[in-house]
Write a protein that binds this ligand. Structure first.
Ligand SMILES: C[S@@+](CC[C@H](N)C(=O)[O-])C[C@H]1O[C@@H](n2cnc3c(N)ncnc32)[C@H](O)[C@@H]1O
Length: 207
């Protein structure tokens, strides 16, 4: 990742590559109006693009990292987006991370689950279920194990690298993720195979 402009906008090649495929899924599952929260937004390439494309929605970016939040805000200024709020500090590893945030209709999180522990994943889901209005949805995108199996050499290597760095992190099993979501009342409505062996999940708060 590098800063591409003096105004602080960062550009991550991966976010450019998967953006359009994610947009196609969002087009099917976003509400027509309401509030969207992005967790772990990174550079802001995604949310600034989606805020343009889905202009009837209000978009709240967040990330744990100050430089990335500055990049998100720089993208918003660059594109003159009135429906993109200032990026907030959110760390889904902290208990009660959702307590200070406004309720929302949709939460999206792209490429974070494999970088966090199982405990942090569950903490994310608990907070997401608290934050969502009834019938609200959560969108999760990333690489997963299927039935405990890593399905490509690239995935095997990436998972092993992550585990070597921290034994608590790495790819999650998609079936386990779906079960955990249901434990918080989040019923998976769509599980979509995405390019480069990724999966998109859309779950809805049913109670
Ligand atoms: C691989 S990047 C993905 C960024 C963006 N969603 C994308 O797809 O381009 C992971 C992001 O997660 C953020 N992050 C890491 N740990 C986090 C945590 N505990 N809570 C919230 N964000 C976190 C990092 O700062 C980084 O921006």
């Amino acid at each position: 990742m590098r800063v591409t402009e003096e105004d602080g906008r960062m550009f991550a090649p991966a976010a450019g590559r998967n953006r359009d495929a994610i947009e196609a899924v969002l087009a099917e599952h976003l509400p027509k109006a309401g509030n969207v929260l992005e967790i772990a937004g990174g550079t802001g390439q995604h949310i600034s693009h989606f805020a343009q494309k889905f202009a009837s929605l209000n978009w709240q970016p967040s990330d744990i990292d100050a430089d990335r939040r500055a990049s998100v805000d720089a993208w918003g200024r660059y594109l003159k987006l009135e429906n993109l709020a200032a990026a907030r500090h959110v760390d889904i590893g902290v208990k009660g991370w959702a307590d200070e945030l406004n309720r929302v209709d949709f939460i999206m999180m792209v490429n974070l689950l494999h970088l966090i522990s199982q405990a942090d994943m569950v903490n994310f889901m608990r907070g997401a279920a608290d934050l969502l209005h009834k019938d609200g949805r959560v969108f999760i995108y990333g690489p997963f194990m299927r039935d405990g199996v890593l399905t490509s050499l690239g995935d095997e290597k990436f998972h092993a690298d992550l585990r070597a760095r921290n034994p608590l992190i790495g790819y999650k099993n998609i079936e386990d993720v779906v079960d955990n979501l249901l434990g918080f009342g989040l019923e998976v409505k769509a599980q979509i195979e995405m390019p480069a062996n990724n999966i998109a999940l859309v779950a809805q708060l049913v109670n």
